[in-house]
Design a protein around this ligand. Sequence first.
Ligand code: GUN
Length: 290
Amino acid sequence: MQLIDGKQIASDIKKELAIKSAVLIDKGDRAPHLVAVLVGEDAASQTYVASKERACKEVGFTSTVYKLEPDTSEDKLLEIIDFLNNDDEVDGFIVQLPLPAHIDVQKVIRSINPLKDIDGFHPVSLGRMMLGEPTFLPATPFGILQLLERSQIETSGKHCVVLGRSNIVGTPISVMLSRKAKPGNCTVTMCHTGTKNLKEIAQTADILIAAMGQPAFVTAEMVKEGAVVIDVGIHRIEDSSEKGYHIVGDVKFDEVAPKCSFITPVPGGVGPMTIVSLLINTFKAYNKEV
Ligand code: GUN
């Protein structure tokens, strides 16, 4: 069994980006600039946004965070997005999700200029992804592709089973891995809450992607000997430790890992790659590659 070290791979990619960014700055160009908009005080969102800021600093990008009150109106948020859409010194921006209930998330996402949509959540970005055109790939599935590629895991012709059909992970990774691309060219089966024989399907996976958002859902009996297991889950489980909690994924790591050829740990697997993907997308936006 080989551990896919997302932390190490993310660190390697950040070093590569830091070099590219230093080259720009040496030339006298401005640094790539990522903006995050955070509405309200959701604890997890605050942590994510702080990690994004830290990652920008590490690679020499400029980062700005707009922290807005929880009762910020939808119109005010749309006004800020309009400003960011038109600011030439902003390469890309994200609106951190979830948003407070009084704001229409889809309306907000649709208001983002697709050329600055580094989350890849805009219908235009998702449509381009479907067509295999240059676009911003959503951060988590893009991170998974990079983990597979940098770990030299063959995907062509493999049966990939994706557990979960969310708009930000399950659905896009299913499309991305089924495309004629490298990594890709998989036969993909997507399982979800309507799937009747999920366990039997999971057992046939060469590559199993667990993204259904249920702690420790995937057990050893659901995994084929020699499978590659990618665990997208992040769950805080309260315990009596000093910190008061520990983090688990969607996979029962201890019992599943011995059966795998490759597996991602949680934390330290997919998680660190998500932010790195956002940095890559920011660099693409800066270079007007989309
Ligand atoms: N909340 C959880 N994941 C994400 C993400 O990838 N992007 C944004 N904007 N919000 C999130």
